[in-house]
Design a protein around this ligand. Structure first.
Ligand SMILES: Cc1ncc(COP(=O)(O)O)c(C=O)c1O
Length: 464
């Protein structure tokens, strides 16, 4: 049974055969999977034909929505020409070259080389290995620790999950591994102290980072990694001046600054890169997701010339550069990356996102007064609504009540999909959404919010 209804055949087959990621496995048979059939534009249709507005671009990635004919054609063409090859042992292929050239052209800082992966996790794992390789090349074998942040999300491979600063990715998985440190999360609403201004909060976080570096020994720290705007940790936009305050401390100690642009990149925040929206100046960059608008899996690591030269020297010493993925630089993924960037440029996606931002912000602002809502926040076309049990004290709900996941379920009933990150509801609609569609997404969200309020009141979930 799924929510009182018998499971459909396709739901039953799914449950019998699929191990679902990020799913409460013990509840799946009860709730039944929501099985999607097809998509067009910003709309998805499940196998029963019910329509949903996709408010999360899938997993923050399908920036061009579904069924873009140009993307489909680019994939077809590449499939026919060369469906697979690789870059190992000095092989090359045109789509990988062209995409690397394009990435160098649009990168927010000078970039010399692009290393390809199949995913964001692999990109961040690669970042760590590259930071280690780099410091070995420079004869600094002790300089290996990586500083990440509480509430960061950098993926799920052993190292990427260790960089991630969320308990759900550590508990039960024997993580984080050593050499990974987590500094403070720059979320003023949650972590600002009584009477502390935003500027004081930033200064406190910078001091805390400095103390951590001194305590550990700067000679042991290789890199700092950060999402410009944090995604899965709750869409956290850092206060003004945050990166300006911490970057000099990192630079002073020769600590690489890695921007995880996996969600932020390619227009999402109203600039080509999230780093440009928040005043971050990275040394290296991880990209994925909207790199291909999710029409194929692909990730990339972008590195500058001086760091690349250190790899060259080390490779000369060791005989090779011993790292690479079978599907890193897959020609179909790269052809789709080239096409996606061409579309973003031709349709002026950055301006388009900026044009939609006032509507997005206005609809979020309208929700702010709702009794369930503690904070709304956004940057470009990514945002969140954080629900709390008590608006005045910011007291969260007991996580066991699953208020956020209940809202997401109510929302499905109203024909829209958003993601519950605990009791924070994330918004990341396809960047090609129209103003009318965006308003409709919020109309449906408001219905779900009303359902949630009724559910919370009826069950007395605000009680301490
Ligand atoms: C900021 C960030 N980095 C890395 C990842 C991991 O990417 P993937 O799921 O492609 O491995 C994600 C995924 O959501 C992400 O949001």
């Amino acid at each position: 049974m799924a929510n009182g209804h018998p499971l459909t055949n396709v739901q039953q087959r799914d449950i019998n055969a699929v191990l679902h990621p990020y799913t409460p496995l013990h509840k799946l048979a009860e709730t039944g999977p929501l099985v999607m059939g097809h998509g067009k534009g910003v709309y998805l249709y499940d196998t029963q034909g019910k329509e949903y507005i996709e408010g999360m671009s899938g997993l923050w990635c399908a920036g061009l929505g579904f069924g873009d004919e140009e993307m489909i054609e680019a994939a077809n063409e590449q499939m026919r020409t060369l469906p697979y090859y690789h870059l190992f042992g000095g092989k090359g292929m045109e789509p990988a070259t062209e995409l690397a050239e394009k990435l160098k052209e649009i990168a927010p800082v000078p970039i010399s080389k692009v290393f390809y992966t199949s995913s964001g996790s692999e990109a961040n794992d690669t970042q760590v290995k590259l930071a280690w390789y780099y410091n070995n090349a420079l004869g600094r074998p002790e300089k290996k620790k990586i500083i990440s942040r509480v509430k960061a999300y950098h993926g799920v491979t052993v190292m990427a999950a260790s960089l991630t600063g969320l308990p759900g990715n550590h508990k039960g998985w024997d993580l984080p591994v050593d050499r990974v440190l987590h500094t403070d999360c720059p979320h003023y609403y949650r972590f600002g102290q009584e009477g502390e201004s935003e500027a004081e909060f930033v200064a406190r976080l910078a001091k805390s980072l400095k103390d951590m570096i001194e305590r550990e020994g700067p000679e042991t720290i290789a890199a700092f990694i950060a999402e410009p705007v944090m995604g899965a940790g709750g869409v956290i936009v850092p206060p003004a001046g945050y990166f300006a305050a911490i970057e000099p401390i990192l630079r002073e100690h020769d600590i690489l600054i890695i921007a995880d642009e996996v969600i932020n990149g390619f227009g999402r925040t109203g600039n080509w890169w999230g780093s440009q929206s928040v005043g971050m100046t990275p040394t290296t960059i991880s990209a994925a997701k909207q790199l291909t608008a999710a029409y194929a899996p692909l990730g990339a690591v972008l590195v500058p010339e001086d760091i690349y030269q250190a790899y060259v020297d080390h490779s000369a010493q060791l005989g090779t550069f011993g790292h690479g993925f079978t599907y890193g630089g897959h020609p179909v993924g790269c052809a789709l990356g080239v096409k996606a960037i061409e579309i973003y440029q031709r349709r002026n996606i950055v301006e388009y996102v900026r044009g939609l931002t006032p509507t997005f912000e206005a609809r979020l602002a309208k929700i702010k007064d709702h009794p369930l809502v503690g904070e709304v926040r956004s940057c470009g076309l990514v945002g969140a609504v954080e629900m709390v049990a008590d608006k005045n004290t910011k007291r969260p709900f007991d996580p066991a009540h699953g208020v956020g996941s209940n809202l997401a379920k109510f929302l499905e009933g109203h024909g829209a999909i958003l993601r519950a990150l605990g009791d924070t509801i994330a918004f990341c609609p396809p960047m090609v959404i129209t103003g009318d569609e965006l308003n409709e997404l919020f109309n449906r969200f408001e219905l779900a919010l009303a359902d949630t309020e009724a559910y919370v009141s009826k069950n007395g979930l605000r009680a301490q």
